[in-house]
Structure formats: C-alpha cells, structure tokens
Write a protein that binds this ligand. Structure first.
Ligand SMILES: *[C@@H]1O[C@H](CO)[C@@H](O)[C@H](O)[C@H]1NC(C)=O
Ligand SMILES: *[C@@H]1O[C@H](CO)[C@@H](O)[C@H](O)[C@H]1NC(C)=O
Ligand SMILES: *[C@@H]1O[C@H](CO)[C@@H](O)[C@H](O)[C@H]1NC(C)=O
Ligand SMILES: *[C@@H]1O[C@H](CO)[C@@H](O)[C@H](O)[C@H]1NC(C)=O
Ligand SMILES: *[C@@H]1O[C@H](CO)[C@@H](O)[C@H](O)[C@H]1NC(C)=O
Length: 391
C-alpha cells in the first residue's frame, strides 16, 4: 500500500508538472533563414525548430505590394514544403523588411489608407499562394515611422487576417513583428496597446546594439545585462513590461554572429577601450562558424573568455577584439527567457551556426520536460495494470 501511495503521490506531482508546463502556449524555437546566405533550404535542420522564418521580401515602392526578387522566388515558393520534409509540424513565416532601403517605402505606405490596403491584401495573398503560416514584419523604432500609423496598420492587418481565415476556412495567419532597440531614439516607442491585441508575438532583435562601424570604442553588441549606461536586453525587456506588454508576447532574439574591433592600443582592451574601427571584415561582423575557425587559426592556447557580467564571449588577441555568443551564452539567454516567462527564442541566422551546435544548445534545455513527460506516460501505463487500494 505504501508503495502505491508513493506512486500516486509521484503521479500527482508529475501530472501537475506536465500539466502546468503544457498549459502555456508552445515554447517557440524560431530560426531565420536569410536568402543571401549560402545555406540551401533543404539543409536546414528543421527538427530543431518550431518556426522557421524565410527572409527577406520587400515592399514595391510604387504599388506597395510584397515584392520577392525573381532570383529568390524559387526558394521562397518551395520553402515551406522543403522544411517540412524533416519536420512536418514546423510553421513557416515570410519576413518583410521595412528597414534600411525599405524604410522610406514603408513609412509612406503606412500613411495612406489605400496604400495600406494594397500592402495588406498582397501580403495575405503571397502567404497563401506560397503556403506560409504567417508574416513577420521587421521594423525599427525609427523617427521616420509614425507610430500612430503603424498601429493603424496592425489593426487593419489583423481584421484582414481574421476575414481571410473566415473566408478560406483556414486558421488565421500568424502576425509577428521583429522589433529593435534604439534608446537614443526615445521617446519614439512602439504602439504597445495595439500590439497587445493584434500581434501574436514580437521577435526582439536583441543584438547589434553596439557595432564597430558606428562607435569608436569597444562594446558588447548583444549584452543580456550590463551597467545602465550600456544598452542591454534585460533593461529593454523590462521597458516592454513596464509599458504593459505581457512577457508571453516576447520572443528573445539570439545572434549567431559577433563583431570584431581593431583596438587603438592592444594593452587597452577592456569594454569601452578606444577602437580605430571594424576588424577582420569590412564592417566587423562575423558568423559564429567563422569566429570559431578564426580562433582555431591562432593555434594551441588561444581561447575566448566568457564574461558573465554581460553574458557574452570575448576573444582578444593583439589589436583584435571580438565579442560574440557561443553555446554557454546562448544557454544562459535561453534560461533567462524561461525564467522570465517569455514565449521562446528566435535565432538569427541559421547559416552562421557551426554544424547546428548553437541550435542544439536550445534543445538540451527542453529535454528535461520531455523526459518527465515520457516518465509520466510510462508510469501511467504501468499503474493501469496494478490494482490500487485506497485505505
Ligand atoms: C514595382 O512595381 C512597378 C509597377 O508594377 C514595376 O514597374 C516595378 O518594376 C516594380 N519594382 C520592383 C523592384 O519590382
Ligand atoms: C535581385 O537579386 C540579385 C542577386 O542577389 C541582385 O543582383 C538584384 O539586384 C536583385 N534585384 C532587385 C530588383 O532587387
Ligand atoms: C502621425 O499620424 C497621425 C495620424 O495620421 C497624425 O495625427 C499625427 O500628427 C502624426 N504624427 C506625427 C509626429 O507626424
Ligand atoms: C566583464 O567585463 C568587464 C569589463 O571589461 C569587467 O569589468 C568584468 O569584471 C568582466 N566580468 C567577468 C565575470 O569577467
Ligand atoms: C513566471 O511565471 C511563474 C508561474 O506563473 C511565476 O511563479 C514567476 O514568478 C514568473 N516569473 C517572473 C520573473 O515573472
């Protein structure tokens, strides 16, 4: 009897555990594939992800319709079918870039009701013919974007998505925004109240904060924490929460790249040390894979050092200063996302991973709950065959 009581207690514990972890929405593990990379879509290890984002499409400057470059079109139109070979349940999103060259077109599109209509209709049409499950709009808090108009776009977009679902009988397309952080642009802030009711979630572009082409001193480009005079992700997330957004709308962006700086004086190599500009590449950006082989090239003894204050890896040799994320910092950031009840993470971008090492780092952390789940099923199965006496 005592043994049965123990089993029941254990079962109750496990079932409450399994239940509570399943009552949240799915833990999002999203990955960006960028068509400018050399990674063939068929090589994507889609089993490691719940969502894959295909980037990037643009907006035509005269029709305000979605434009996909003809050289990329064959990859976009077959994207969903290809990634589903290895993971039939993976969801796909088409990313629309409203940054850099795309910004002027986007900011004029959102000002006019007829332009917005043309954009929204074309976005839904494109999703449906290519078989994507949703849309990801990549847009910064730029001063050239009128945030009232952006809010109007989101409201109209959600209405159109709901109506499309009603007409087609298919489930609603996902609507996601990729947001970036520019504290210098305050008080320009995203329209949080409208975001709450219209978007499924937000990909936080939690990187590229401090880059060598823009600053003449070294800095962490993707710091999770840091002193208040440094931009960091934790501070940004707290700003969203103070603004009234719930943590469950936030998905943490993880960079698969870092930045190299050239130090003015090799002996002065702390964070904030003077820099004469980018190192190694023209803008200093380097994929994880390349950083690893760069470090290896220095031979025995060369190693990057983990800095837990900022949650990043640092490699300094001579006048080269590189900060980046590796398995250790990626794991720390995913744990942070879990502890703070975010909805998951999204990695940028897949071709910079090294044999899926970083992508697997996220998988290990969820294994425990799957293990508990299997244990639960086994025990449930086993106890069905024993008679349990309650006394
Ligand atoms: C945008 O649309 C116009 C009108 O259909 C077309 O002439 C132009 O080539 C398009 N631009 C691009 C970049 O495709
Ligand atoms: C399409 O992509 C090719 C190759 O990336 C590029 O050379 C070309 O300029 C692009 N065309 C347009 C209209 O953006
Ligand atoms: C933003 O757009 C709204 C509505 O079109 C307008 O009332 C407001 O003045 C605009 N704000 C700025 C800063 O231009
Ligand atoms: C991280 O780097 C900063 C600045 O260089 C330094 O002050 C701090 O002690 C480092 N933290 C760790 C844990 O190494
Ligand atoms: C996350 O959610 C759990 C369960 O609802 C709660 O106990 C915990 O305080 C939350 N964590 C944060 C940082 O809000």
């Amino acid at each position: 009897m005592a043994r049965n009581t123990m089993i029941i207690t254990l079962l109750l514990f496990l079932s409450s555990y399994v239940h509570s972890s399943n009552s949240h929405e799915t833990w999002i593990r999203a990955g960006y594939w960028d068509s400018v990379s050399e990674l063939p879509v068929s090589d994507i290890n889609s089993a490691l992800f719940t969502h894959l984002v295909c980037g990037f499409s643009n907006i035509n400057y005269s029709t305000y319709q979605i434009h996909i470059n003809s050289s990329k079109e064959p990859h976009f139109s077959t994207f969903t079918g290809t990634v589903r070979v290895k993971n039939p349940s993976v969801k796909t999103l088409l990313s629309i870039s409203a940054r850099r060259e795309g910004l002027p077109t986007f900011s004029s599109m959102i000002k006019q009701s007829s332009y917005r209509k043309s954009f929204i209709e074309s976005s839904i049409y494109t999703e449906r013919i290519y078989g994507f499950d949703g849309l990801d709009l990549s847009v910064g808090p730029s001063i050239s974007i009128n945030m009232t108009n952006l809010g109007t776009l989101f409201d109209e977009w959600r209405v159109a998505i709901a109506s499309d679902s009603k007409k087609s009988g298919k489930s609603q397309l996902l609507l996601v925004m990729s947001a970036s952080y520019l504290p210098a642009q305050h008080p320009v802030t995203y329209p949080i109240d409208i975001i709450k009711r219209t978007l499924d979630w937000i990909h936080l572009i939690a990187y590229d904060y401090h880059v060598p082409a823009e600053f003449d001193f070294t800095g962490a480009h993707a710091a999770l924490y840091g002193p208040s005079n440094w931009v960091n992700t934790d501070e940004w997330i707290k700003e969203w929460l103070r603004g009234g957004l719930s943590a469950s709308k936030l998905v943490l962006g993880l960079p698969y790249h870092g930045y190299a700086w050239t130090l003015v004086n090799p002996n002065e190599n702390a964070i904030g040390a003077p820099s004469s500009g980018p190192g190694v590449t023209s803008d200093g950006s380097m994929g994880y894979k390349n950083i690893k082989s760069f470090i290896k090239g220095y031979g025995y003894g060369a190693a990057a050092v983990y800095n837990s204050t900022y949650v990043m890896k640092l490699f300094v040799v001579g006048s080269t200063w590189i900060n980046f994320d590796d398995v250790e910092s990626i794991k720390a950031k995913i744990s942070y996302a879990k502890e703070n009840n975010l909805s998951g993470y999204s990695v940028f971008q897949l071709s910079n991973d090294d044999n899926w090492i970083l992508s697997r780092a996220g998988r290990l952390l969820v294994k425990i709950s799957i293990f508990h789940f299997i244990l639960f099923i086994l025990m449930k199965h086993w106890t069905r065959d024993v008679s349990i006496d309650f006394e």
